[in-house]
Design a protein around this ligand. Structure first.
Ligand code: NAP
Length: 314
C-alpha cells in the first residue's frame, strides 16, 4: 500500500511541511498551476487536507474531494474552514489550541502597552533625534483602568490573568456567563465598552462574531479608550474603527489582525496612535514548533486509525 495522500492548501511552518512531505504523499495546492485539475486528480483517493487558519478550506473545494475525512488546521482559529460543511459530512477538523495561548496573550498585552504608553511613538522620537529638543509628551496609563475582554476563552482568560498584574478591573462578554470566573459579565458588548477604558477582542472570527465590535461599541469606549484586537479582523467594523480613531472618538488601538490582511488600509498606517502588527500573535519559534507538531501528529494519529489529539470543536 502506498503512502497516504495529503493535500496541503498553503505554505506551512517549514519543519511541519518537511515532516509531512517526508512521511506522506503530499501535494502543494498553492504551487499548482491548474488548481482545479490537481483537486480533480486527487478526488478518488485524497482523505487528508492540511491547511492553516488564514487559508482554511471552503465548501466548494471540499466538494471536489469526496473522500475527504480529515482537515488538520495549523492554528486555533478555524473560521476559514467550512466547519458546518465538515460536520454535516462527517469530516474531522483538528486545530492547535492551548500551545499558542500564552504567546497570543502576551502579544495582546504588548499591543495594549504599546498603544497606551505610545511605545512605537517613543521609539520614533528617539531615533529621529527629537529627544534633545525636549521630552516626549506624556501618555495614558494602564494602571487602575477597566478592561473588557470580548471572548473569555483560553486566550481571553490568559489576557485577564495578565491584566490583573496591572491593577486593572476586568470584565468580559460572550455567549455564556462563566460563574466560576471572578470577573464581571456583560451580555452586551456595547454596554461593556461603555463601562471599559480598554476593549480587547479575543473571540473567534466568522459570521457569528462579524462586527461584534461595532461603531456603537467603539464610540462607547470613547476618546480616552483603547481597542486591542488579537482575534480576527472581521470582529471589528474596521471602517468605523478608522473613522473613530481619525476623528478622536477613540483614543488608540493595538492591532495584530485586519480585515483584508495582509493588506492594511493606508488610513490605519497614517494614524500614529495605532500600533500595528502583522498577525504574529503566535509567531514565536517555540510556539510554531508546537503548533507544527500538533498539526502533524493529528494527521499521523488519523492515518494510524487512532483518535486525533485536538478535534474541533473540542
Ligand atoms: P476559545 O478557547 O474557543 O475561546 C473563544 C472564546 O470566545 C470563548 O470563550 C467563547 O465563548 C467566546 N465566544 C464565542 N462566540 C462569541 C461571541 N459571539 N461573542 C463573544 N465571545 C464569543 O479559543 P482561543 O484559543 O481562546 O482562541 C480565540 C481566538 O483567537 C481564535 O478563534 C482566533 O480567532 C484568535 N487567535 C488569534 C491569534 C493571533 O495570532 N492573533 C492566534 C490564535 C488565536 P464560550 O466560552 O462561551 O464558548
Amino acid at each position: 500500500m502506498g503512502k497516504p495522500v495529503v493535500l496541503i492548501m498553503a505554505p506551512l511552518f517549514a519543519p511541519a511541511l518537511h515532516e509531512l512531505e517526508s512521511t506522506f504523499d503530499c501535494h502543494r495546492l498553492w504551487e499548482a498551476a491548474d488548481k482545479p485539475a490537481l483537486l480533480r486528480s486527487l478526488a478518488d483517493h485524497c482523505r487528508i487536507v492540511v491547511t492553516n487558519g488564514g487559508r482554511g478550506i471552503k465548501a466548494d473545494e471540499i466538494r471536489l474531494l469526496p473522500q475527504l475525512a480529515l482537515v488538520s488546521c495549523f492554528g486555533v482559529g478555524v473560521d476559514a474552514v467550512d466547519t458546518d460543511y465538515c460536520r454535516q459530512h462527517g469530516i474531522i477538523v483538528t486545530n492547535t489550541p492551548d500551545v499558542l495561548t500564552d504567546d497570543v496573550a502576551d502579544m495582546a498585552l504588548a499591543l495594549l502597552l504599546g498603544a497606551i504608553r505610545q511605545i512605537p511613538a517613543g521609539d520614533r522620537f528617539v531615533r529621529e533625534g527629537r529627544w534633545p529638543s525636549g521630552p516626549m509628551p506624556l501618555t495614558r496609563s494602564l494602571q487602575r483602568r477597566k478592561v473588557g475582554i470580548v471572548g473569555l476563552g483560553r486566550i481571553g482568560l490568559a489576557i485577564a490573568q495578565r491584566c490583573a498584574a496591572f491593577n486593572t478591573e476586568i470584565a468580559y462578554s460572550g455567549p455564556r456567563e462563566k460563574p466560576a470566573q471572578p470577573y464581571r459579565y456583560f451580555a452586551d458588548v456595547v454596554a461593556m465598552a461603555d463601562w471599559a477604558d480598554v476593549l480587547i477582542a479575543a473571540c473567534p472570527g466568522g459570521e457569528a462574531t462579524r462586527h461584534i465590535v461595532s461603531r456603537a461599541a467603539i464610540e462607547a469606549l470613547g476618546p480616552d479608550g483603547v481597542f486591542v484586537n488579537i482575534a480576527r479582523g472581521s470582529v471589528v467594523d474596521q471602517a468605523a474603527l478608522i473613522d473613530c480613531l481619525a476623528s478622536g472618538k477613540l483614543g488608540g488601538a493595538g492591532l495584530d489582525v485586519f480585515d483584508g490582511e495582509p493588506r492594511v488600509p493606508q488610513a490605519l498606517i497614517d494614524l500614529p496612535q495605532v500600533v500595528l502588527h502583522p498577525h504574529q500573535g503566535s509567531g514565536t519559534v517555540p510556539t510554531r514548533i508546537a503548533m507544527g507538531r500538533l498539526t502533524v501528529d493529528n494527521v499521523i494519529a488519523f492515518t494510524q486509525g487512532k483518535p486525533v489529539l485536538t478535534r474541533y470543536p473540542g
